[in-house]
Design a protein around this ligand. Sequence first.
Ligand SMILES: [Zn+2]
Length: 288
Amino acid sequence: MSSIWPNGKRVAVCLSWDVDGESAQYVRFPDRARNQLSELHQRLYGPQVGIWKVLNLLKEYEVPGTFYIPSYTAKLHPDMVEAILNDEHTVGLHGHLHHSLDQLTREEEQAVLVKSQEIFKELTGSVPRIFRSPSWELNRWSPELLVQHGVVSDSSLMDDEVPYALETPRGPLIEIPIQWLLDDAEHWNHHRANRDKAISDPDAVFRLWSTEFDGYYATGGCFVLTLHPFISGRWAYMAVLERLIKYIRSFPGVWWTTLDEVTGWSVDRLAQNQLPIRQSPAPEPLDF
Ligand SMILES: [Zn+2]
């Protein structure tokens, strides 16, 4: 199989984290956030403890990371943002208070996007060009809105295993696909409201992730793992991640990269007419 990746690499691997912190709790469960401390504190484990374990692991294995951060969390934890950038990792936009976009009007969504860009500009001196929607939810107008405001890539849709260009009325948006299976939250996010759900066996999750990687490796895909420091920053789960890094390192021809680098690569491929171009499904069923 001929390689699409730089330098003849056989697969692209992006380890990514959504560093949500306590942000989502305010919009998902505002009454609980107002009155109850426990879940807010559990989520604070991410920026306070988990992120530092993640950064240490990436340093040890010399692997780059991508960190999507709600601007509320970034503003509260500037030391964390600084440490991520000092280690030459990438940061991306991830809303402000982690509103799932289907809860927002177009005007509200635009205001949140602009606010998140302004906060990153203020904190880091530049605005990330990559975006991942909170909870992976996009409105029909979201891709156009992102392009309008200078965002180059999104990583929230699940219809492929390699990047493509999604057409919008204002030009293409690079889409770098993800999936639920490769998200730690589906296996290990555990809180009082879902205590009936069993915590997945870490060995079973390693089998799922490594088997998925085998498929991406065989077909030359872009393997994107989505993690959350407040969830998989715990030791038992960090051990799975370390095991997965070791497993992937045992293969030749792996491009360890960030979603920002894959975005740049995709833009170049698009300019050379070598990136798939897609349209979203019609808003109403087609008439035939
Ligand atoms: Zn998130």
